[in-house]
Design a binder for this molecule. Sequence first.
Ligand code: LMR
Length: 400
Amino acid sequence: YWSNVPMGPPDAILGVAEAFRKDTSPKKVNLGVGAYRDDNNKPYVLPSVRQAEENIFKKCLNHEYAPIGGDPVYCDLIAKLGLGENSLAIKEKRNATVQSISGTGALRLGFEFIGKHYNHAREIWMPSPTWGNHPQICNTLGITHKKYRYYDPNTLKFNLKGCCEDICSMPPGAIILLHACAHNPTGIDPKPEEWQILSEIIKEKRLLPFFDMAYQGFATGSVDNDAFAVRLFEKHGHQIILAQSFAKNMGLYGERVGGLTFVCADQDTAAKMMSQLKIMIRTLYSNPSINGSRIVTEILSSPELKAQWLKDVKEMADRIILMRKKLREGIEKRGSKHKWDHITSQIGMFCYTGLKPEQVLRMTKEFHIYLTKDGRISVAGICSSNVEHVAEAMHKVTAS
Ligand code: LMR
């Protein structure tokens, strides 16, 4: 029956992990997928998450179905975490928020909703470069996607001018996808004053901003700072769409817990949106899983646990910053002729190293270091015991 099915290529990011697992070298390092490791290179369970799990266990809860859109208490808490306690949209009950299967599930649901119900320019503009799954999801759904200039390979900075020019060429009503913070893969975010400019021209062009916020807390160590752009746009009256994930900032990767919010013009529209989201979810996965959202709810609803969580996030962000510093020093002290200041100026989990595909190949073949072909490394996978090895490899492959 299935002789027509061709072999598909491995995933550009998760496929790297498969190759890593097969490598038997004791020196091997996985800098492919963005998953935080502690300084012993071990997966990290946040102390706040451990405590939440204990609290939940003691409650002896049942395993009944969640509502289709997820627990309303959870949805309210995560909307506030993203949009802020003072969000006008939340106060006016103009947000339609549902639990999602982490960030990817939120994007998929959001894009699919656009495909079905959006009556304006149904094309999604994405920064160049962007996370590989963004265009893939559109391709699966048959939704047009285009690129706008974001990263300038000459200056290694955000290309504000190019970005604004491209925004001006977008048709009114088009959807613009924005990484809320810790841009993946470049680690370069617009500055607050640049976000102001973007918000103004996006408004002028009547574009619909869709924020992907997968790293709230990872850019600066503060969840409020990292939500700056999202909250600014909401304050400016944009009817934003927001995808959230708790994979990274709570370390709940495998729990697949996140959220999708539509900020609407009024409460009535939000109620209609909610009804359609529920219809969509019901046919996709019926209703979301309960364990991850219980953990998030436990943390966000307890002032003590929330304070602990904010400390945990800051600790992770700080360890990554320290590894950036050590990696840069490690390469520079080996006498590299190249400039490496972007390692420390970029933020979030990733460093867009500038390594060329053939250099990436050498990193893997000669040094057993695994990264994506675009030269992105997950700094969260670097620790005290492997940083010198990574620095040595980066120096060697760029030396000749
Ligand atoms: C990444 O970019 O490495 C992460 O967002 C994980 C993923 O699913 O690709």
